[in-house]
Design a protein around this ligand. Structure first.
Ligand SMILES: *Cc1c(COP(=O)(O)O)cnc(C)c1O
Length: 467
């Protein structure tokens, strides 16, 4: 499979180079040159496969030419073998034709594990083949850092340094990162805010000499391999509910648009997806877009669902490219308008095409708490403040009521105990395999908000084996 950039001006690459590159050289995002489509018979033949087997079946066309079937099958078995639920992504029924898919049974209790567990192994595998090593540097305000650390720990070809703002992440989130004591993992607590952490990471990547010296890399949400791995659970839910013979819709709590875009990709690949419902918190740029056709930034407001507190949904560019008929120059022009003016107007045809599939709803913190309470009352289920926005959006959706609706639960309630307790009166406990989190040994280094000091730190850490 070959990959093209959404801005049409970067070299066409193979899967392994797309994996390592992340962002395309023209500033665009990579997408497959053509979409593999499964026939009805092929989808029917997915029934009864384990999650890991299904993952290999769905992703095989995307990695063809770079990974053998045996290698892909082994990496999928390793990635999903350690999840804490035997179904990996279990479905629960909430009501008539209403389902929730729990995507929080990975090592860090958020859906990001479903992609990153595989992506960490893919990095290691491809780098070893090429005889290379990378240093991954990233900043986190909570969830992404721990999922990236769990994905990269103990991998020979990867060192990882994750920055978090000192004293500004929750204790569960901090401990999920700092109790990983692997030799190739470092946590840095920065005296500053999350934005300071992001600026430090940018400063390192913008220093070309340092970037090359350390072979810096990132595993952020625009990486195609993360989207690819997320397509799998849409097929898992679809096949369990009767695809290809019956259609279904999905409702997705959305931030960077990576998760819901994977649902759109599953639809392109032959899964009978009727509608995709986008749920947001007070940061409602996507709701306003799907209502009015204009994407316009506003300031970011902190909410109870911090992983959806976004200003710009980076993966939306992939939907734009497809809706504009693969016109990279048109995407580049719109993205340029957006960068300059903080707004862009979608051409009518593209917007209409999007609205045939997508609808969007937003909920403020009060509505989020009310939805958690109401769900608990009617079904006994407790969901975290991100996941419940998916359920609430599903209930509002215009999707056909005679068609199954699956809301994606993106985090375990124990990751956000304060909000859950506020809504339901019950403080959720950590699952058994993490019950000792608060007694595990932590390791972290504290640094000032200083790019030169950070460069020295990374150099010493990444150079340790060759010294
Ligand atoms: C990252 C995250 C999201 C948003 O997912 P996107 O792919 O960025 O849209 C939603 N919920 C939780 C819990 C997350 O960690």
């Amino acid at each position: 499979m070959k990959y093209v950039s959404t801005r049409g001006a970067a070299p066409v690459l193979d899967f392994d180079d797309v994996l390592l590159a992340g962002l395309a050289r023209d500033g665009g995002l990579y997408l497959p040159q053509s979409w593999p489509v499964f026939s009805a018979a092929e989808i029917r033949a997915m029934r009864g496969l384990s999650y890991a087997e299904l993952a290999a079946r769905v992703m095989r066309p995307f990695v063809e030419g770079c990974l053998s079937d045996a290698e892909l099958t082994r990496l999928c078995a390793e990635s999903y073998g350690a999840f804490s639920h035997p179904a990996v992504a279990p479905l629960k029924q909430l009501g008539h034709n209403q389902w929730v898919m729990e995507l929080f049974h990975g090592p860090t209790l958020a859906f990001k594990d479903y992609a990153l567990q595989l992506v960490g192994r893919l990095f290691d595998h491809v780098l070893k083949k090429k005889g290379q090593k990378v240093t991954i540097v990233g900043a986190t305000s909570g969830d992404t850092g721990s999922a990236a650390i769990e994905a990269c720990r103990d991998r020979a070809a990867v060192d990882i340094v994750i920055l978090h703002p000192f004293g500004r992440v929750s204790e569960v989130q901090r401990r999920q990162m700092t109790t990983v004591l692997s030799a190739n993992v470092r946590n840095v607590a920065v005296d500053g805010t999350f934005d300071d952490c992001q600026d430090l990471v940018k400063a390192l990547f913008n220093d070309a000499a340092f970037r090359d010296e350390m072979n810096l890399s990132a595993v952020n949400s625009i990486n195609w391999a993360r989207v690819m791995a997320q397509i799998v659970y849409y097929f898992a839910a679809g096949v369990a509910l009767g695809a290809p013979d019956v259609p279904m819709s999905f409702s997705v709590p959305t931030g960077n648009f990576g998760n819901v875009f994977a649902g759109y990709a599953a639809r392109l690949m032959g899964l009978p997806v009727d509608r995709l419902v986008v749920g947001s918190n007070t940061n409602d740029i996507l709701t306003r877009f799907f209502e009015g056709g204009i994407m316009k930034t506003d300031g970011v407001v902190p909410t109870l669902s911090p992983s959806m507190d976004i200003q710009v949904s980076s993966n939306f560019e992939r939907l734009m490219f497809l809706s504009l008929g693969g016109d990279g120059a048109a995407v580049a022009k719109l993205m340029d308008d957006f960068r300059k003016n903080g707004a862009m107007v979608m051409p009518q045809g593209a917007w209409n095409a999007m609205r045939e599939v997508f609808e969007a709803y937003c909920f403020d913190d009060e509505a989020t708490l009310a939805a958690m309470r109401s769900l608990k009352r009617s079904t006994g289920e407790t969901l975290d403040p991100h996941s419940v926005i998916g359920v609430a959006a599903a209930l509002k959706a215009h999707a056909a009521k005679d068609c199954a609706m699956v809301a994606l639960a993106t985090a375990h309630p124990a990751k956000f105990p304060d909000a859950v307790e506020k809504a339901t009166g019950v403080r959720p406990g950590l699952p058994p395999h993490m019950a000792d989190l608060f007694s595990r040994t932590e390791r972290l280094d504290r640094l000032g908000n200083d790019a030169e000091a950070l460069k020295g730190y990374v150099r010493t850490f990444a150079g340790r084996t060759s010294a």
